[in-house]
Each structure stands twice: as structure tokens, then as C-alpha cells.
Design a protein around this ligand. Structure first.
Ligand SMILES: Cc1ncc(COP(=O)(O)O)c(C=O)c1O
Length: 367
């Protein structure tokens, strides 16, 4: 099976882990040991911002960022339903109410016009998601947020290497949250990081990460144990150095696959421009005018032929039992339609040119 994603770990990561283990410094009681500090400095530089705060998952990054933006009980946060559930979880964990807005069917990202329709007196923040690694349309979102004094918390969990107007994804948000989960463009096994240019937000995030402590055993606020370990950070330092080569290989694979799949008009293919570069975390196509059963049949056939194709996300968050029962039904026609028609194909850096050709030809034959 060619898996949909696969971590690419080399001797450098293994040696970095062994060095940390030999050092005996595995973590730091206040949140940032030498490896975590170095990783944060390097990641902030990569993300084009002043501060990076490393945590132990992307979900923790989202939760901490939502709290640092001041979201409290009863506040509304506008976000897409076409995302991984963690985006909505973060809002609920903070006591907020997720308010789902529909997507732009061209990019699958939250639609700025739909966001505007959902703003109320209770709205506190907007959470765009860079779905599949393609940056949300952040400029109009920033303008809407500024006009209504709302925070922008970007879910950049899939966006390592993506750009918007030539700048790294996340720079136009008040805080951007990245995942370092094993499937992502770069990984620390499990891990996350928040990037921001705002010193106050960064300081709050550091407190939230470590029990609200600035000095040991003196909590200044309610906090959590969201610390990243030194081992994770050591892996992250090496992975970050390799990230641009990983993304380049993903891009090369995406281009080759698109050239092949352009032979059919049954698929809408993913695109990028010089101004808005994809991270190519997921290469997602859409089976035009298809019913869900037809998409699912293709997925099944691809898997039988050893291709780990997946549908992200076949159940939008607003239709998941917990969210539907707790927050009520809402109408998101573009989200529901896309959820039935999209599927993603493997293009990660370990997929060879021969495998790309096999994936493309197999799919063309099935269609
Ligand atoms: C869009 C999105 N948001 C949030 C997360 C949560 O990250 P993590 O799995 O590191 O908690 C992920 C990845 O899993 C994701 O893809």
C-alpha cells in the first residue's frame, strides 16, 4: 500500500534523539529546555514572525491560542466545518460556541463572504483553516476581523511551506497553530507550535503551556501541561532543516500527477499560483457532479490496487453527532457537497515518480 502520508525520518533525527537522551535533559519544568528554545527560535524565523511557542500537539496549540485570544464561556468563534475536528474542539474546550461558515468551493477554504453573514455581537474570533495546505484567503478575513475587532487564529496545521502573497502562511493572523503530528509535512511524532508577532499573546501561551507558571509552583492563571519534550524538539530542529526539500518533492509529485490527471475532465485538480503556494500536504481532487457512493467506490478500488487514497473530510464537523446535538443543525451546502466528492492521493516525499505514474494511470482507468 502506498500510504496517504508517511514520516520521513533519517539518521540525523535518530542521532539528535540519541544526543538528547545521552545529555539526560529530557524536558524542562518551566516549558522550554535548550532544544525547545532552539526549535522555537528556528520555527519563528521560518514562519516570519517574532515568537514561536512549542507545545505537545497541534490540538493543544489551538486550545492555547483560542484561550490566549480571550475566548470565554458563551463567546462565538467562526470557523469552517470542513476541517479536522480539532479546530472546533479548541473552541468548545475554551467554553466558546463554534459557529460554522460555508466554504469557497474553488479552494475548500472558509469563504470570507460567509464569515460576514455569521458575525453577531457575541463573535470573538475567526479561525480560518489552511485546508490541505492551501492558505485560507487571509487578506479579506483580516479586513473583516479588523473592522469588527475580532481575533484571527489560523489553523495552519497542514500549511508548513505554504505562502500567501509571498509570505509564510500564518503571518497575517494574530496567532497561527501548527501540528507536528506524524503525517504532517514535518513531524516530531506528536507536537505543535503557535507562532505570533504579539508579545502579550506569546507570554500568555507560555503560561498556558505550563500550569500558568512563570516561576515554579506559583500559578498566575489556570494552565495545562502542554509542554514539548526535548526529544520532540530535537527531531523538530532536524525536520525543519529538511522541510523545504520535503515540500519541493511534494510539489514535483503534485505537478507530475496533475499532468497525468489533466487527461480527464471528470476531476477538478488542486492548483497553486506564485502568490499563493501550496504546502502540498494533501493532493485533493474532486469528482465533479458525482454522488457520494461513486466517490466511495473509487476510493475502494484505489485501495484494492494498493493506493492509500482517503476522503478528507467525509463527515463535516457540523454533521458529527456531538456537534449536531449540542450546537444544532446548520445549512452549509458547499461544505456538504464537497465532503461527498473530494478525495486525496499520496504525493508525500517517499512516493517515487513510478508510483505517481501508477497512481495517475490507475485512477484514469477507473474513471
Ligand atoms: C486542520 C488540522 N487541525 C488540527 C489538527 C490537530 O493537530 P494534532 O493532531 O497535532 O493535535 C490537525 C492534525 O491532526 C489538522 O489537520
Amino acid at each position: 500500500m502506498i500510504p496517504i502520508n508517511l514520516p520521513k525520518i533519517g539518521e540525523e533525527e535518530i542521532e539528535a534523539v540519541v544526543r538528547v537522551m545521552r545529555s539526560g535533559v529530557l524536558t524542562h519544568g518551566l516549558g522550554a529546555g535548550p532544544m525547545v528554545t532552539q526549535f522555537e527560535n528556528n520555527f519563528a524565523k521560518f514562519a516570519g514572525v517574532k515568537y514561536a511557542v512549542a507545545v505537545n500537539t497541534g490540538t493543544a496549540a489551538l486550545h492555547a491560542a483560542v484561550l490566549a485570544a480571550g475566548v470565554q464561556q458563551g463567546d462565538e468563534v467562526i470557523l469552517p466545518s470542513f476541517t479536522f475536528v480539532a479546530t472546533a474542539e479548541a473552541v468548545v474546550m475554551a467554553g466558546g460556541k463554534p459557529v460554522f461558515a460555508d466554504i469557497d468551493p474553488e479552494t475548500y477554504n472558509i469563504s470570507p463572504a460567509e464569515i460576514e453573514k455569521k458575525i453577531t455581537k457575541k463573535t470573538k474570533a475567526i479561525m480560518p483553516v489552511d485546508l490541505y495546505g492551501f492558505s485560507a484567503d487571509i487578506k479579506p478575513i483580516r479586513e473583516i476581523a479588523d473592522a469588527h475587532s475580532l481575533a484571527v487564529i489560523e489553523d495552519a496545521a497542514q500549511a508548513h511551506g505554504a505562502t500567501y502573497n509571498g509570505r509564510p502562511a500564518g503571518v497575517f493572523a494574530d496567532a497561527a497553530c501548527w501540528s507536528l503530528y506524524a503525517s504532517k509535512n514535518m513531524t516530531t511524532g506528536e507536537g505543535g507550535v503557535i507562532t505570533t508577532d504579539n508579545a502579550e499573546i506569546a507570554e500568555t501561551l507560555r503560561l498556558l503551556r505550563n500550569h500558568g507558571e512563570k516561576t515554579k509552583y506559583t500559578s498566575l492563571m489556570l494552565g495545562y501541561n502542554y509542554r514539548m519534550s526535548e526529544i520532540q524538539a530535537a527531531i523538530g530542529i532536524v525536520q525543519l532543516e529538511k522541510l523545504s526539500s520535503f515540500v519541493a518533492k511534494r510539489r514535483e509529485n503534485a505537478k507530475r500527477l496533475s499532468k497525468l490527471l489533466a487527461k480527464t475532465d471528470r476531476l477538478k485538480l488542486p492548483e497553486e499560483t506564485d502568490k499563493r503556494r501550496h504546502s502540498w500536504y494533501l493532493y485533493t481532487v474532486r469528482l465533479k457532479d458525482a454522488a457520494e457512493a461513486e466517490r466511495n467506490k473509487i476510493l475502494e478500488e484505489l485501495r484494492k490496487k494498493g493506493i492509500g487514497a482517503e476522503a478528507y473530510y467525509s463527515t463535516p464537523v457540523h454533521l458529527m453527532p456531538y456537534y449536531r446535538e449540542r450546537f444544532g443543525r446548520c445549512s452549509l451546502p458547499e461544505t456538504e457537497k464537497a465532503a461527498k466528492q473530494v478525495f486525496s492521493l499520496p504525493i508525500h516525499p517517499s512516493v517515487t515518480q513510478e508510483q505517481i505514474d501508477y497512481i495517475g494511470e490507475t485512477l484514469l482507468n477507473l474513471l
